[in-house]
Design a protein around this ligand. Structure first.
Ligand SMILES: *[C@@H]1O[C@H](CO)[C@@H](O)[C@H](O)[C@H]1NC(C)=O
Ligand SMILES: *[C@@H]1O[C@H](CO)[C@@H](O)[C@H](O)[C@H]1NC(C)=O
Ligand SMILES: *[C@@H]1O[C@H](CO)[C@@H](O)[C@H](O)[C@H]1NC(C)=O
Ligand SMILES: *[C@@H]1O[C@H](CO)[C@@H](O)[C@H](O)[C@H]1NC(C)=O
Ligand SMILES: *[C@@H]1O[C@H](CO)[C@@H](O)[C@H](O)[C@H]1NC(C)=O
Ligand SMILES: *[C@@H]1O[C@H](CO)[C@@H](O)[C@H](O)[C@H]1NC(C)=O
Ligand SMILES: *[C@@H]1O[C@H](CO)[C@@H](O)[C@H](O)[C@H]1NC(C)=O
Ligand SMILES: *[C@@H]1O[C@H](CO)[C@@H](O)[C@H](O)[C@H]1NC(C)=O
Length: 457
């Protein structure tokens, strides 16, 4: 769109906003002076004025307050965000600003692209939050996701702000598998929203934010290419169900760095169709650890490869580094490297579980997602003695192959307790340097290795 048209459009939008805002201000009984302030925004839209303070290429700042957002934590600010987004999305270089000192309540929203913006920045310095719990969620809007970014090519979401998922009333839904008042309740069909979901997008950076108490996963990336996540703080209570920190699926070229995650499910979970993923310097726990899977549900095909998890700490978690697959699936997990990971009182520090099943009575199947070429090096620390420190429960029909262990030293967290031996079932591999406790149960490689290598392509 040519520049003068943008100006016209802006003027039009601000004119509309003017009336809407004045009306709503009246409604909330604000002073004449505040209304005047709004008028000044109309005559001088800040949006197109290049920021003089910033050197380099000029860009425009779209502050949601200038689009009618109130930020009192109660008023629905969704429309203001949408207007700001639509404007920011139209120009070459833009910052959508969520300013410090305000709390914005947003309904479930899809921020769609493609945008014309080359360097779009979604800057969150204030707080954003969804409606409070399932009762406040509009009936006709999907309960599976809150904020969705769709078909965005190149965006940075950053800032010192907070995304507060207000998940508590969702976690307490009776259908959730978690420790309720009267013990564990069974899982049932019930949706809760992922806080922030990126879908079919690329060149994304998520940096510096704090996010807490999502109703379900905190971040989810589906079918994305090129994702860099760094310096996040993700926090939810240890008992909150399904509150994974970052879930990726059908997504490749991913870097997740320097983040602190504690929650009620996996810190990071890697689903089907992910490859070229680098995870480094994560402090994880209390949580369920860092997982690949679960894969192969309902006989589905899942391929995951070239995953690295390094220089991280996993503490007070019921799993450390885990690969979990359902029976009956197909596809392959290969080229996975876990290195330099410190465990602290982790219940299953190293685990492969090819019998993953939520109901404990899944029927036995002959096919399986193949597991090949997984290396564990320099994994040290302590484990919760209720489970073996290492467990490789591979499929009956298709063994795990090419497992490599070196410098694995795991000591019981509670001294003087009887410790279960490492467990292997149909697992092939090599111990390059003796581990603590020693692993004698891995079988020597045979031709199965070659078969699996072929199966994994
Ligand atoms: C949901 O319903 C409300 C009022 O009933 C309506 O204003 C809104 O447009 C609907 N939203 C969708 C996405 O259908
Ligand atoms: C817990 O069990 C008690 C006794 O059976 C019952 O009275 C109470 O309503 C239950 N609470 C919930 C939240 O289900
Ligand atoms: C690792 O991440 C933490 C934040 O969790 C950060 O303070 C620290 O500087 C990072 N370490 C390196 C070597 O980047
Ligand atoms: C594995 O992924 C990394 C990025 O994490 C990438 O640099 C590397 O080229 C990939 N290796 C292969 C063999 O594709
Ligand atoms: C698996 O299949 C069951 C029964 O057909 C279905 O209810 C469930 O939604 C499926 N799960 C997934 C993740 O596709
Ligand atoms: C597993 O057990 C549950 C409850 O005990 C039952 O509802 C379900 O049908 C069983 N599933 C299979 C696959 O047998
Ligand atoms: C599956 O196989 C295992 C081991 O052979 C056996 O112990 C278990 O009972 C079987 N489960 C079912 C549901 O058939
Ligand atoms: C491996 O395969 C070769 C050729 O197919 C066969 O001769 C050999 O006996 C096999 N070795 C084992 C241990 O199965």
């Amino acid at each position: 769109m040519p520049f003068h048209q943008v100006l016209l459009l802006l003027f039009f939008i601000f004119s509309c906003l003017f009336f809407v805002t004045i009306q709503s201000r009246h409604h909330y009984g604000h002073s004449e002076q505040e209304q005047f302030h709004i008028v000044s925004h109309v005559s001088h839209p800040p949006s197109l004025a290049p920021e003089p303070a910033v050197a380099g290429p000029s860009y425009s700042v779209f502050n949601v307050l200038d689009f009618g957002a109130v930020g009192d934590g109660v008023t629905d600010d969704t429309q203001a965000f949408k207007l700001a987004w639509d404007m920011a999305c139209q120009i070459k270089s833009a910052v959508l600003l969520v300013p410090d000192g305000y709390s914005f309540m947003l309904q479930s929203t899809i921020f769609s692209g493609p945008c014309k913006t080359v360097g779009l920045v979604f800057r969150i310095d204030g707080t954003i939050m969804p409606p409070d719990g399932p009762d406040s969620w509009p009936r006709n809007i999907s309960k599976r996701q809150w904020l969705v970014f769709y078909r965005i090519n190149g965006m940075s979401m950053q800032g010192a702000g907070l995304v507060d998922g207000k998940g508590e009333n969702w976690w307490n839904l009776p259908c959730k598998p978690h420790k309720g008042v009267n013990g564990t309740t069974m899982p049932g069909p019930c949706d809760s929203p992922v806080a922030i979901r990126f879908f079919m997008s690329s060149k994304l950076t998520i940096k510096g934010l704090k996010i807490k108490n999502s109703p379900q996963f905190h971040f989810r990336f589906d079918a994305c290419h090129g994702v860099r996540v760094e310096s996040l703080t993700i926090k939810a209570p240890a008992q909150s169900p399904n509150t994974d920190g970052i879930h990726i699926e059908n997504t490749n070229n991913v870097q997740i760095y320097n983040s602190i995650i504690s929650n009620g499910d996996d810190c990071i979970s890697i689903g089907a169709g992910c490859y070229d993923v680098d995870i480094n310097n994560i402090t994880c726990g209390p949580s369920h650890g860092i997982s690949i899977g679960s894969l192969g549900i309902n006989k589905s095909r899942a391929c995951v490869s070239n995953i690295s998890v390094s220089d991280s700490v996993i503490q007070h978690s019921n799993n450390g580094i885990r690969i979990k697959t359902w029976q009956g699936g197909s596809g392959c997990v290969s080229k996975v490297e876990f290195s330099n990971i410190h465990m602290e009182a982790v219940r299953n520090p190293i685990i492969i579980d090819q019998y993953y099943c939520l109901t404990k009575n899944c029927s036995n199947q002959t096919s399986a997602v193949v597991i090949n070429d997984i290396s564990y090096s320099n994994i040290k620390g302590s484990f919760d003695v209720r489970s073996p420190p290492m467990s490789f429960a591979c499929s009956d029909s298709i063994p795990c192959t090419n497992l490599k262990l070196t410098q694995v030293e795991l000591l019981p967290a509670a001294k003087g307790r009887t410790v279960a031996n490492p467990f292997c079932w149909n697992a092939y591999g090599t111990v390059l340097k003796q581990t603590i406790p020693p692993v004698y149960c891995l079988m020597e490689e045979t031709n199965a290795t070659i078969d699996n290598t072929l199966l994994c392509g």
